[in-house]
Design a protein around this ligand. Structure first.
Ligand SMILES: NC(=O)C1=CN([C@@H]2O[C@H](COP(=O)(O)OP(=O)(O)OC[C@H]3O[C@@H](n4cnc5c(N)ncnc54)[C@H](O)[C@@H]3O)[C@@H](O)[C@H]2O)C=CC1
Ligand SMILES: O=C(O)/C=C/C=C(\O)C(=O)O
Length: 468
């Protein structure tokens, strides 16, 4: 539906820097209408059988898979990521999110507790909350939008959902798919628009009782300030500055291949990317030479080219932010080992392309090692001792994920226990099992997504105690 106040926003194609469409800039009134539609759908949807909810969600998943090419092209055009990546990762994961939660809801069980000796039994209901808000970012648009919506509707809620204004296209297409799959009207209400107005209207809405948000830490803090005094349930998945810790005893080739991906996949715009690489001193010089050689070989190019490894950054302001950090690195006496410059792609001269950049830093407390850059920029530095690297790994305000490369089991256990992170990967990166808890500590967020954690978030526990 067009926005009531007829406000529109330009939508850019980052691969060429041109406007290619317009999206609604929804007002508070549009959000209110979305809320009213959700509220009226809730009594029926919350009583719809689990089998029927599951059937519709599996149909959505199937339709996402059938529309793989269209969705991947749309995602790539909106975001600048290589089409090959959208086809291999983003869109299949969006389908998995619906399939996973469509199945999970049929296995979700509540608990009972017998009060032995008191002749009483307690059972705990897990009731849907009502109308909930889902707000997602631009880096993995459909992947993260569906990661929130799927558990919310599986649990029987109705949703007001806002994708990022920077990458709205696949959310729009998902709406059509949900209609085709037979999701009843009002269960999912997608509103487009700016964070500060449309998003703000969602978080301020007195009757939207839970907010699931993924995005920047500053925005997360703002949302918490508004939502906490209203006693909303909050799930905040925020930024990261994740350590990638490499010991000399690791499987070197495997580590090198994976580290290229964990540094630069999706142009480094994944909150889980390992942006601070710490290497044991005995293999530092070898790693430095091999890594830089591999990064120099990556091809920056138009997202539609099958040979492109690194596409365009998502927006001009974001490109400028990342370039500022490269300047900060130079000012801090960091050494740019490769990259650092904008790239001009022939025929797409105004696109937002940047070389993958590796910076050698002297200390772990410089700004480029402490602040989230969220682009194709990583730092490297050597370490000598386990305690030393553990201390550096933990000495940031964030605590989302950490990656550890070692074949020493005792060290794995010691480090995993002490790393301040919600997720630790050992000898792998971004290996996802959707049943596992997903989220961060410290400034990386509050709450956990994934599996039954997400279904618990999107339900209220009510205990019933019966004396017999
Ligand atoms: N997944 C992650 O960890 C992400 C981290 N970031 C980080 O955040 C920085 C800023 O990027 P942005 O695009 O500005 O992210 P953002 O946090 O502002 O945007 C994420 C979502 O929140 C919405 N939003 C913004 N202000 C809001 C408000 N007041 N109320 C409700 N919703 C609101 C946006 O419209 C978007 O849908 C990035 O440079 C990066 O460092 C950005 C995107 C994703
Ligand atoms: O759930 C996942 O597999 C990945 C999530 C990634 C983000 O939340 C992010 O980059 O913001």
């Amino acid at each position: 539906m067009p926005p009531i106040a007829n406000g529109w926003l330009d939508n850019y194609d980052p691969s060429c820097g041109e406007v290619y469409g317009q999206i609604p800039n929804s007002s508070k009134e549009d959000v209110e209408n979305a809320y009213i539609a959700a509220k009226s759908a809730f009594p029926t949807w919350s009583k719809t059988t689990l089998d029927e909810r599951s059937r519709i969600m599996l149909k959505v998943s199937e339709l996402i898979e059938q529309n793989l090419d269209v969705l991947a092209e749309a995602e790539s055009k909106d975001n600048g990521k290589p089409i090959s990546l959208a086809k291999a990762i983003d869109i299949p994961r969006a389908a998995s999110n619906f399939r996973f939660f469509g199945n999970a809801i049929t296995q979700f069980a509540s608990e009972s507790h017998e009060s032995v000796g008191l002749d009483a039994i307690n059972y705990t209901l897990r009731q849907p909350i009502g109308v909930v808000g889902c707000i997602s970012p631009w880096n993995l648009p459909l992947y993260l939008f569906t990661w929130k919506i799927a558990p919310a509707i599986a649990a029987g809620n109705c949703v007001v959902a806002k994708p990022s204004e920077v990458t709205p296209m696949t959310a729009y297409l998902l709406g059509e798919i949900c209609n085709e799959a037979g999701l009843p009207k009002g269960v999912l209400n997608i509103v487009h628009g700016l964070g500060g107005s449309t998003g703000q209207a969602i978080i301020e809405h007195p009757d939207i009782k839970a907010i699931s948000f993924t995005g920047g830490t500053a925005t997360g803090a703002h949302i918490a300030r508004i939502a906490a005094p209203m006693f909303k349930k909050l799930s905040l998945e925020l930024g990261g500055k994740n350590p990638n810790i490499i010991f000399a005893d690791c499987d070197y080739e495997d580590m090198l291949n994976t580290t290229v991906k964990s540094s630069f996949a999706n142009q480094g715009q994944i909150c889980l990317c390992g942006s601070r690489i710490f290497i044991e001193a005995s293999i530092y010089e070898k790693f430095k030479a091999d890594f830089v050689e591999r990064i120099k070989a990556l091809k920056v190019g138009h997202p539609s080219e099958s040979t492109t490894n690194i596409g365009a950054l998502v927006s001009k302001p974001h490109l400028e932010k990342v370039l500022e950090y490269i300047q900060i690195a130079k000012d801090e006496n960091g050494t740019i080992l490769c990259g650092g410059n904008k790239v001009t792609v022939s025929g797409y001269e105004n696109g937002y392309y940047l070389e993958p950049t590796v910076i050698e830093v002297q200390t772990d407390d410089c700004r480029v090692n402490q602040e989230e850059i969220f682009g194709p920029v990583v730092t490297i530095m050597p370490f000598h001792k386990e305690d030393e690297v553990l201390q550096m790994a933990n000495k940031v305000k964030y605590g989302l994920s950490a990656t550890l490369w070692t074949n020493d089991l005792k060290r794995t256990m010691r480090m995993s226990n002490q790393l301040q992170a919600g997720i630790v990967w050992v000898n792998t990166w971004l290996m996802r099992d959707l049943r596992t808890p997903f989220g961060g500590v410290k400034a990386s967020g509050v709450g956990r997504e994934g599996g039954f954690e997400a279904l618990r978030f999107f339900t209220e526990a009510k205990n019933v105690c019966i004396k017999y």
